[in-house]
Design a protein around this ligand. Structure first.
Ligand code: GDP
Length: 303
């Protein structure tokens, strides 16, 4: 239900256009597919992904000898899920969390994409699952970032380990890890600075932070989650490519999916980056973070 609600804008745009297309055309022909391509591209599915998807659809329509456009709609849903899952089991990607010992989750992403909000929401979710969670205020660069994380910490009842603005993020990480160990925390969620202007600095900072984590906690960080803003469309893909070059990203959190009519970006990200979308943000409140699942997503669009 959360998915359905969060996808209202995309449904109003994309799904209603598909429905309209299906009702206007009675026969499945070349023109039908051309219009469908246009609708998919406008929903930010991404050019290459659209071409591949429509190619698959054409094959399937031919194979099953489908004549009626109404039947094509079901095939579209099927193919969307299939394409997203692409060899994985169920299209939902769980976080790699240790049964015993400390799990470290590192968050990366540009300012304004919803990184702090997502950290707060995830802390809330994990805490509700019975985990002992601690936050590390590793964005020592942006004014107000530490306070903002503290606000979320208070809201969800999770402590924040911090130092002053301008301090060394690697030192914050070191401190946070020692605290997490002595308090026997299960999960440490780390914020990082999100400036992209200087890629070399970004890389160096992330490397240094990661090195401390790797040294202090064997096997960590178990997750490096990149936060992307769905409303920025193809720009999000460009950001993702830069971060991929700077560090090993294990998963993506796509925020503000509720704020865009172009939810097709989920597919483009999956296809072009080969990194799973693990969570999606569907609103500003603490419960508005959902584990991503391709079937639920497509159901949210068409059901
Ligand atoms: P940061 O600079 O990356 O840490 O971004 P913030 O966490 O401060 O978020 C920026 C803005 O986006 C805030 O106003 C958030 O409330 C909003 N935001 C974050 N996630 C979502 C989401 O999933 N949906 C919506 N509608 N707004 C969001």
């Amino acid at each position: 239900e959360k998915f359905r609600e969060g996808l209202t804008k995309t449904r109003d745009n994309f799904t209603s256009k598909v429905n309209d297309l299906v009702s206007r055309y009675r026969k499945v022909d070349e023109e039908f597919f051309e219009e469908l391509e246009e609708i998919l591209i406008q929903a930010d599915v991404g050019f290459e992904t659209v071409m591949e998807l429509v190619e698959e659809l054409k094959k399937e329509v031919k194979r099953r000898n489908i004549q009626d456009t109404k039947e094509v709609q079901a095939v579209i849903s099927e193919k969307l899920v299939e394409m997203y899952e692409n060899g994985t089991n169920d299209g939902s990607f769980h976080l790699n969390i240790q049964e015993d010992g400390l799990t470290v989750i590192l968050f990366v992403g540009v300012n304004g994409v919803g990184k702090t909000t997502t950290i707060g929401k995830l802390a809330h979710k994990l805490k509700r699952e019975g985990k002992k969670v601690l936050l590390a205020a590793g964005d020592t660069f942006r004014a107000g970032a530490i306070e903002q994380l503290e606000v979320w910490g208070e809201r969800v009842g999770v402590d924040v380990i911090k130092q002053g603005e301008g301090s060394d993020p690697a030192a914050v990480m070191y401190d946070a890890i020692q605290s997490a160990k002595s308090r026997k925390a299960d999960i440490l969620i780390c914020d990082t600075a999100g400036r992209l202007q200087n890629k070399v600095n970004l890389m160096k900072e992330l490397e240094k932070v990661k090195r401390v984590i790797e040294r202090e906690v064997p096997g960590a960080p178990q997750e490096v989650l990149l936060v992307l803003d769905a409303t920025t469309g193809q720009n999000a893909l460009i950001q993702a490519k830069t971060f991929k070059e700077a560090t090993d990203v294990s998963g993506i959190v796509l925020t503000k999916l509720d704020g865009t009519a172009k939810g097709g970006i989920v597919l483009a990200i999956r296809k072009e980056l080969h990194i799973p979308v693990k969570y999606v943000g569907l609103g500003e409140k603490m419960d508005d973070l959902q584990e991503f699942n391709a079937e639920r997503y497509v159901y949210g669009l068409f059901a």
